[in-house]
Design a protein around this ligand. Structure first.
Ligand SMILES: Cc1ncc(COP(=O)(O)O)c(C=O)c1O
Length: 425
């Protein structure tokens, strides 16, 4: 949905630009859509909180009984802070990683969180820390497909998970360390096509079903996340009911294979939040380069947001819809490159993973216009950084009745300098 120009101008006046604007009703619709395909017996949805870990969003998930997939000690603590319970009865928070970094192992132990390990050596780490409980294994099944090639989630070039042929030795190591394998997990990504996701998930279920009889402590299987969001056509219909049917059948197949009822989990990230947030930025200038022997000239709309805010285009060549606020869709357009303030030529929002410039057909903006970058809720603020010491932009929460809350303020230099020390060692 397009926001009213008056609302965006008012907010820009109040909090400055750029800023992130979340729509509560869109998140709630997406939560309801996931609930509609996981409401059956033995099915449980999580939220891969890495996609958008704001407390407000974690609280929405808690209220909807959506469990959490966390990837760091601090993500676990953020989930706890937002009200998600500790412990493994049931394992509301699950920790999925290939490495225990910083406080991760301590937090997993202290909060009784189920560790979902993606590297065989993590058994050694858990055993050395005195852990003797349930574990989950993240498997690399040898196939899968991320949303782009650099997000390979399954196959020989993926760093994620325990290679499926190593499972027997990992089972033996777990048994020797007194650890019980309570869950099998794989996150194989969505691939560009929904049908490919369905085919991959069916294949995964068959492989996990073949393993189930050899895992006497198995309680659950997780099929990971990867429900796609169509960034080019956000309103496109997604046949979620096909996934729902797949989950119900998979849960039955897996339970039959294990000869006891198993829980079937999923843990989408982007699907819940991608369409629910807009990054709003101000055009500071519009300038030209001219065609010469090196290449064609371009028109650049220079904006105050950059890849410190939304890194997906620079990192993966991802597409985000862009609108010039207040311009009628019927206005004539021209090819415009939208670029940010950072000291990097790749600080361009209109690009793909091969081409630095992919001008977008937009009405020619004027300095002072607001621009919106749409569908920025997943891996948007979550991946923003302090490169160039700019400080993260504020996040605003919009309720359907129009109530607005600033859920994080703009970071200041003091925030950036806070961790600096002069500590002799
Ligand atoms: C283990 C795991 N689960 C779930 C997700 C969520 O994926 P998506 O946002 O595509 O649903 C990710 C994404 O990186 C992941 O690594």
């Amino acid at each position: 949905m397009s926001h009213s120009p008056a609302l965006l101008e008012n907010l820009a006046h109040t909090v400055g630009t750029p800023f992130w604007l979340y729509e509560a009703d869109v998140i709630r619709q997406r939560i309801a859509a996931i609930q509609s395909i996981t409401s059956g017996e033995g099915l449980q949805a999580r939220f891969a909180m890495k996609a958008c870990p704001a407390t407000k969003i974690l609280q929405e998930m808690a209220a909807a009984n959506i469990w959490i997939d966390a990837v760091s000690g601090n993500e676990i603590l953020r989930a706890r802070h937002a009200g998600h319970p500790a412990g493994q009865s049931p394992p509301v928070i699950c920790f999925t990683s290939d490495v225990f970094r910083d406080n991760a192992l301590d937090v997993v132990l202290e909060h009784g969180v189920l560790p979902n390990i993606g590297s065989p050596g993590m058994i050694r780490d858990l055993a050395a820390a005195g852990y003797r409980g349930k574990i989950s294994l993240r498997i690399n099944p040898g196939f899968g497909h991320g949303h782009v090639n650099s997000c390979d989630t399954g196959g020989p070039s993926s760093k994620h998970g325990i290679w499926y042929q190593d499972l027997p030795s990992v089972q033996a190591a777990a048994a020797a360390a007194g650890l019980q394998i309570a869950m099998l997990h794989a996150h194989i990504g969505s691939g560009p096509q929904f049908d490919e996701l369905l085919a991959n998930l069916n294949r995964l279920v068959a492989e996990f079903a073949a393993l189930a009889p050899s895992l006497p402590h198995l309680e659950a299987v997780s099929l990971g996340g990867g429900i796609p969001h169509d960034y080019r056509n956000p309103a496109a219909f997604l046949p979620l009911e096909k996934l729902g049917a797949l989950f119900a059948t998979a849960r039955q197949t897996l339970s039959d294979a294990a000869s006891r009822p198993l829980r079937l989990e999923i843990e989408p990230g982007r699907y819940y939040v991608a369409p629910a947030c807009t990054l709003v930025t101000r055009v500071s200038d519009v300038k030209q380069t001219q065609t010469n022997p090196k290449g064609p000239g371009a028109t650049f709309a220079m904006v105050d947001a950059g890849f410190v805010d939304l890194v997906r285009p620079a990192m993966y060549g991802s597409y985000h819809g862009i609108e010039v606020v207040g311009r009628a869709p019927a206005e004539p357009t021209e090819p415009i490159v939208v670029a940010g303030p950072l000291c990097e030529s790749g600080d361009v929002f209109t690009r793909d993973d091969a081409e630095l410039l992919q001008p977008r057909a937009l009405p020619r903006p004027l300095p002072g216009d607001l621009l919106t970058l749409r569908d920025a809720g997943a891996y948007g603020y979550a991946m923003s950084s302090n490169y160039n010491s700019i400080g993260r932009a504020p996040q605003i929460w919009l309720e359907p009745d129009g109530q607005l809350t600033q859920i994080s303020r703009r970071e200041t230099l003091a925030d950036i300098l806070k961790a600096e020390t002069d500590l002799p060692l």
